[in-house]
Write a protein that binds this ligand. Sequence first.
Ligand code: FE
Length: 310
Amino acid sequence: MIQELSYIGIGSPHAEDWRRYGTELLGAMLAPDGPDGAVRLAVDDVDYRIAVHPASEDEFRYAGWGVANETDLHAFASHLESRGVTVHHGDAELLRERQVAGLVWFEDPWGLRHELSWGKAATPLSFRAGRTMRGGFVTGEQGLGHVVFQVPDIARADHFYVDVLGFRLSDRVTVGAGGADSTVDVRFYHVNGRHHSLALAELPGHVGFNHLMLEVEHMDDLGRLIDLLDEHDVEIVQSLGRHTNDLMTSVYIGSPSGLQIEYGFGGLAVDDLSWVARTYTRPSYWGHKRSAAAQAALPGIVKPLAAEAR
Ligand code: FE
């Protein structure tokens, strides 16, 4: 059973820019570089959770999901194989790079790579925020944060992520007529107390990585990030607002690599025993206004699918 979003990796020609962006703006801590020169960031005592690999174009590389232990990893790998998923076993080199004790990986129907691992390295009392902060990031049992992917077919994606991978639906946001006529069709899934560790948004003909959400413990650390945006020449993609479903007060900002970062405070924790999925017709109570530039561009690191892959 997947229990947390453990880490993520992207590739980018602007990987170096994350040294300043990741620390002085986001407040993460610089970890030692990866073997390929990847810029790596820690947001808690896990030695690193975000890797930006040098690459010729902005690209999603992998999402790392944590399972409890070695037994669970083996059981999950067997389960995936029994459902027809091709499972690759990480070699010693990959385990060293990801700093985990065991790892398997596979791809979703559109080639998004997911890694399952256990035993990720952590150093107690090692985290120091990259800028002045009142507190730290909300991680622990809720993992790194959440990731949102665009997928061309939400029904097919839901089948893979729920029926095969075991993500549990938290709720949906649909705007428009529903089904193929919806202008917005997003599903949110939990694997622990965090309201969602994964969301999938339908974008016909495309696949991609829309945003990574990082949650801070204190509203002041969200406010100060907004104050620092001008100094870092980073644009707001969606203005400060509060979501209807996870109650997160957040702002969406650009990054050096096309990926959006949602920086939030005050997210809801769900109790799986009593949780009932709802359908909301709007994503936010207030705010989250998209900038003109954001409305004109593809959201995040998004690629059109080749015709045969649609
Ligand atoms: Fe989000």
